[in-house]
Design a binder for this molecule. Structure first.
Ligand SMILES: Cc1cc2nc3c(=O)[nH]c(=O)nc-3n(C[C@H](O)[C@H](O)[C@H](O)COP(=O)(O)O)c2cc1C
Length: 317
């Protein structure tokens, strides 16, 4: 291994778990039946490539207990665990009929949403997953509760004040912490700065409160556009829990800089793993010339996602 890359392969203990290295597969919708043979094959291949943690793609919380059960998700958890990676599931609050914006939810609807997260997380726990990650990023519904532009509620769960905008995310995390096993890890994906909607400082305050509510890992996306992990740096320096940074981390120098400079504790590689799931193993073995590097053409990953077709990569499909 190139000695500069050793920082990527330091193990990281979290609660009773240990990540074998600092590399994470971020959640990516595969447009496959995630609990069927194609989904299992996909996730097993990613885990076998050597990452420390695999965050399974956004799964809709309201489908747990019916479409997704401990029985039909156990194979997915096993496929990832068998290959030595920590399995985590991203939980997604989807728009359902009539409930598309924060203002559409009655207080009873919000109680139901929190219970859906608990049900989903318990299914994941029972299936053998090490943790769950509410998806509070990228301008999707849960993230919209945090945005003073999108959240037009005037009650405790909204308004311009940060306290109201944080409330649903905090309630989900604190309820999960109370009602899950102590061993289950709680991740949360958040967008540190959403366009002009809210500043980084709002997110820092939110992150402090998430940590106090029992969060184990903060997953920031996007975490750096020009510089590696520049948006994650203030979080990593202030929080005591690990912070994940994502965005073009398949460029080794960006991943190394993010970790070496303490801008993040973990780096997630998305499209880079679609291009070459063996990026971690090849890096560890010093076989850099064998890595298929993502060229950010976005043709078969984001392109297929938009078309609703199984994602892949033009480098090998
Ligand atoms: C095909 C595809 C599907 C994605 N699906 C999700 C998702 O389910 N949840 C999520 O939070 N982000 C999703 N993302 C974003 C990635 O997790 C990641 O943040 C993004 O690709 C940037 O990382 P990269 O530069 O390493 O690709 C997706 C990205 C791609 C390419």
């Amino acid at each position: 291994m190139n000695p500069q890359h050793a920082v990527l392969f330091q193990p990281l203990p979290i609660r009773t778990h240990e990540l074998r290295n600092r590399l994470v597969c971020p959640p990516m919708v595969t447009c496959r039946d995630v609990v069927g043979p194609e989904g299992l094959k996909w996730y097993r291949t990613i885990a076998a490539g050597g990452v420390g943690c695999v965050i399974v793609e956004a799964m809709r919380v309201h489908l747990f207990g019916t479409d997704f059960t401990a029985a039909n998700m156990r194979g997915l958890a096993d496929a990832i665990t068998t290959e030595g990676a920590l399995p985590v599931v991203q939980l997604f609050l989807a728009q359902t009929e009539g409930l598309a914006e924060p203002a559409d939810f009655s207080l009873a609807d919000l109680d139901r949403v929190v219970e859906q997260f608990v049900t989903a997380a318990r299914v994941c726990e029972e299936a053998g997953f090490a943790g769950v990650e509410p998806h509070g990023a990228h301008g999707f519904l849960l993230n919209r509760f945090f945005s003073p532009v999108a959240n037009s509620r005037t009650d405790d769960y909204g308004g311009q004040a940060l306290e109201g905008r944080m409330k649903l995310g905090l309630r989900i995390v604190s309820t999960l912490r109370e009602r899950l096993s102590d061993e289950t890890l709680l991740f949360y994906r958040h967008t540190p700065r959403l366009g002009e909607d809210y500043p980084l400082d709002d997110s820092l305050q939110f992150a402090r409160r998430l940590q106090a509510a029992g969060l184990d890992v903060l997953d920031l996306s996007p975490a750096g556009i020009d510089e590696p992990a520049e948006l994650a740096a203030p979080f990593a320096s202030e929080l005591t829990i690990p912070v994940i940074a994502v965005n073009n981390m398949c460029q080794h120098d960006r991943a190394v800089t993010a970790l070496e400079q303490g801008r993040a504790d973990l780096v997630a590689i998305g499209r880079g793993l679609i291009a070459d799931p063996e990026w971690p193993r090849k890096t560890q073995a010093g076989r850099l010339d064998e890595i298929l590097f993502c060229t950010e053409c976005d043709e078969a990953c984001f392109g297929n996602l938009r078309r609703g077709e199984p994602i892949g990569c033009v480098l090998h499909d």
